[in-house]
Structure formats: structure tokens, C-alpha cells
Design a protein around this ligand. Structure first.
Ligand SMILES: C=C(O[C@H]1C=CC=C(C(=O)O)[C@@H]1O)C(=O)O
Ligand SMILES: [Mg+2]
Length: 460
């Protein structure tokens, strides 16, 4: 078993000297396509990100790095990101601006998994404040420049950024967004399929033996293309494939981790906290009647209700530690998305004083929709049976602003793209009654949106 090649010096934590200043400037512009802006930043390839919330009321694009915050810690990565972000925010020079800078990034699923994999260059936490930030909020478009520097004469640096910003805006406005061709897939491999099926049946035995109550087991596909697939085209296609989702893309080196996930981990807006319990799945029907029937079956299915209830109980108990007025509906509803229907229960509350978004993310991750119950036992079982490194799949991805508002999604229905290769990931909640073949079939459905995005297809 190889060890990760990543060392913390590669992404050395940027120590903030007292002389550091954080300059920002925001302008409003007329309509601009977020994907065209992302594409205009091609010379910053490897240092871009993309985010759009489920409701499509908030889009965020980052180009270039004004400041990077990473951690390679196994046990204090959430605190480290939180601390460094707060420190950086205390250096903001022109605080009167309405639009504050945003920190975007993600965490790995399990920093204690040291299996060498396609994720080797990803630290356990990787966040960036972009040099150029686009925000589209309720149809208004804002572009910000960010500069973190200790140089005394920062004026010339800022002027340079202003002219680059104007070039980016111009390029994004005049460029016609060509409908990108789908990538040409030359090979598709189901990695460790037999191992996966064995793992699921092994886990049901462990559950019967009382080792855990629920464990989420995942697997992956490996895709090869005729040519390199670029990030803007990947983001373009994913935005068309599963509209009822959070869209995210995070570049690091030659990699783009991206996806369209229906699952919110947690959102904080003006101290109001929201989470979504999402677990339990069934196919969509061919007709409206069949679809309704399948939905009703899901609502009444004891195996799926059990999968779901662990998530509701766990998220509710975390919310009760951090929030007042916690509200949780008694019964789940259906969330219908293009390929699949899920059981979902929203949880909300009012954040207590002194508590923040990243603390909630830390305690919520992983929920039993991605890890299991009890958490530590489930994680140990996953490490033992999965034989893969999930990397950032099934982990929190999202943003936080200088006021502590922000939102994190759970990075499922996702893929890691690297030039001519892509790796897709999907899993499902295993409980006592799970059957390997139906779980396998469930992962096939969960692969569909990212497979379509990347020009592939699987039967089943
Ligand atoms: C782990 C995944 O889905 C989770 C979210 C919704 C439903 C799930 C399920 O029914 O098993 C999973 O817990 C995935 O899509 O890879
Ligand atoms: Mg399931």
C-alpha cells in the first residue's frame, strides 16, 4: 500500500505577517454568463472554481488565487481553515464594501485514508480566495478583485488587476458560448466491481453481527477519452444534465473535481442554519403514474426509511447542540431529480451565539448518508472494505464569506477529471436488509448524470 506523496510544504500554509493587507474592490456589470467568465480565465487553469446553488439564485466563480488556505491535518483541518479565514478577514482594508470576499473549497472525505490514488495532490482541506470573483445574486452580476499583500506600494499591483479584470469581463461578454461537443469516450472500466459486491455482502453480515447499524459503501468508474477534456466544457455539460442540483467545480493542478449534487450539508444565512437529510432512493418511473407509484413505494419501504432515519437522527442531534428552535418534520418527503427519487427531510434552526458554519460542517461530516452509524465504526469498516480512496467525493464542498454566511453541499454525483481521464464515484447506504445486486443497480442510476456529462453510458 503506497503512502500519499503529498507533503504540507507543497501547499505551505501562508503565514500572515502583521504587515499583510487584504484589498478588495467590487463593481457591478451588466449580464454575464458565469461559464463564459470561467472560460475567460483559461490562463489561470488549475486555479479556478465554480459554484451554483440548488435554487439558482447564487452563482460564484473564482479565477486565480489571491490567497490559499489548506490543511493536511487529520483532526484539526476544520478549525485551521476557520482560524486562517478569520485572521485573513481581520486584514480586510475597505470593509465598508457591500460584497465581501468569499472563500471557496472543500475537504477530503477521510483524511485518515492514506491509500495512494488519483487524489494524491489533494490536501485534506483546500480553499482559495480568488483574485477575480464573480457573484450573480438574484440576477445582478458583481465582479470583485482581491489582493492580499504586504508590499507597501500595492497601488500598481491593484491597477494591474483592474486591467486584467476588464479583459476578463470583455472576453466573457464578447465571446459566443459555443455549444461544446461531448467528450469522446474510448474506455470505461468498472473498478473493483467484484470487490464492491463482496464488500456490500460483508457489511450486511457485520451489521447483523452488531458491528454497526448502517455503513455507506461506494465504488468508482474510470473513463478514458480520445482527447483532453477541458474544465469549461465539463462545467457546461454538467450544468445541462442535472438542473435540480448544486453545481460545483474545483480545480487543482491538472484536476477538476466537479459534480451536480442534490444534497445540502448545511447553509447559514443571517444565523439561520439549514440542512437536508437525504438518503433512501428509488428510480424514476417511465410514466407519471408509475413514477408516483414508485415514490409511494419509497415512502413506505422499511429498508429505505431505516437508511433515512439514521441521517435525520444524527443531523437533528448536531443541530440541537448548535442551534435554538430546531425544526424537523416528522415524516420525509420525496425529492425527485432527473434520474432518481430520494427521501428527504429538511432540518433548520437558529445558530447560537459563538457558533459558526465551519463548526457545523465539522460536526456534520460525514452524516450517515455518506459514512454510517455509529460514525467511527462505520468509518473503520469503510477503510477496511472499500479498497479505494474517496478523495473529495462524499465530502463537504462550498463557500463561506467574511460574515460567516455560506453553504456547503455534499460532493456526491461527482467526478475527478484529469486531462484524458475521469473517475466517477457513487455509493449507497447499507443496512441489515441490503442486497448487493440492488445496491449495485442503485449506484448505476447514481452514476448516470456524470456519465451523460462525460459522454458515457452504462446499461442497467
Ligand atoms: C452516497 C450517495 O448517495 C447518498 C445520498 C442519497 C441517497 C443515498 C442512498 O439511498 O443510498 C446515499 O446515502 C451517492 O450518490 O454516491
Ligand atoms: Mg440507498
Amino acid at each position: 500500500m503506497n503512502r500519499k506523496t503529498f507533503t504540507s510544504t507543497e501547499y505551505a500554509v501562508e503565514e500572515l505577517s502583521s504587515a499583510v493587507h487584504f484589498y478588495t474592490e467590487t463593481i457591478e456589470v451588466n449580464g454575464l454568463s458565469s461559464i463564459a467568465f470561467f472560460e475567460a480565465g483559461e490562463s489561470y487553469k488549475g486555479k479556478r472554481f465554480y459554484w451554483q446553488n440548488r435554487e439558482k439564485t447564487f452563482t460564484l466563480v473564482g479565477i486565480g488565487h489571491a490567497h490559499v488556505i489548506t490543511s493536511s491535518s487529520e483532526d484539526s483541518r476544520f478549525e485551521e481553515v476557520d482560524k486562517q479565514w478569520n485572521e485573513l478577514c481581520s486584514k480586510i482594508v475597505n470593509e465598508e464594501q457591500d460584497l465581501q470576499p468569499i472563500l471557496f473549497g472543500g475537504f477530503s472525505f477521510d483524511p485518515a485514508n492514506h491509500l495512494s490514488s488519483e487524489w494524491d495532490i489533494f490536501p485534506s482541506a483546500y480553499f482559495a480566495v480568488p483574485s477575480f470573483q464573480l457573484v450573480i445574486r438574484d440576477d445582478r452580476v458583481f465582479i470583485s478583485i482581491h489582493l492580499v499583500t504586504s508590499e507597501l506600494d500595492s497601488q500598481h499591483l491593484f491597477d494591474h488587476l483592474r486591467s486584467e479584470r476588464d479583459d476578463l469581463i470583455h472576453a466573457a461578454q464578447v465571446k459566443e458560448l459555443k455549444p461544446y461537443a461531448k467528450p469522446l469516450l474510448t474506455n470505461l472500466e468498472e473498478r473493483f466491481k467484484e470487490l464492491y459486491l463482496d464488500a456490500v455482502s460483508h457489511v450486511t453480515k457485520l451489521i447483523h453481527a452488531g458491528e454497526a447499524q448502517k455503513v455507506v459503501i461506494a465504488r468508482s468508474l474510470s473513463l478514458t477519452f480520445a482527447e483532453d477534456v477541458n474544465s469549461p466544457s465539463a462545467m457546461y455539460h454538467v450544468s445541462k444534465e442535472q438542473p435540480e442540483s448544486f453545481l460545483f467545480g474545483l480545480e487543482l493542478g491538472d484536476n477538476l473535481f466537479f459534480g451536480a449534487t442534490p444534497e445540502r450539508l448545511v447553509k447559514v444565512e443571517n444565523r439561520r442554519a439549514l440542512s437536508t437529510c437525504l438518503a433512501g432512493s428509488i428510480n424514476r418511473g417511465q410514466t407519471a403514474t408509475k413514477d408516483q407509484q414508485l415514490g409511494n413505494d419509497l415512502l413506505q419501504d422499511s429498508k429505505n426509511r431505516e437508511e433515512h432515519q439514521y441521517v435525520v437522527d444524527m443531523i437533528t442531534s448536531v443541530f440541537k447542540q448548535y442551534c435554538d428552535d430546531v425544526k424537523v418534520p416528522k415524516f420525509p418527503k420525496l425529492m425527485k431529480i432527473r434520474d432518481i427519487q430520494h427521501l428527504f427531510t429538511p432540518v433548520e434552526g437558529h445558530l447560537q451565539k459563538g457558533q459558526g458554519l465551519l463548526q457545523l460542517v465539522k460536526d456534520l461530516h460525514p452524516t450517515p448518508a455518506l459514512g454510517g452509524e455509529p460514525r467511527a465504526d462505520a468509518m473503520a469498516i469503510i477503510r477496511m472494505v472499500e479498497q479505494m480512496n474517496r478523495g473529495y467525493y462524499a465530502a463537504p464542498v462550498g463557500w463561506i464569506d467574511a460574515e460567516g454566511n455560506g453553504e456547503f453541499a455534499v460532493a456526491i454525483r461527482s467526478a475527478l477529471l484529469n486531462k484524458q481521464k475521469a473517475y466517477l464515484y457513487a455509493g449507497g447506504g447499507i443496512v441489515a436488509d441490503s442486497d448487493p445486486t440492488s445496491e449495485y443497480a442503485e449506484t448505476l442510476v447514481k452514476f448516470r448524470p456524470m456519465l451523460r456529462t462525460l459522454g458515457g453510458k452504462l446499461n442497467g
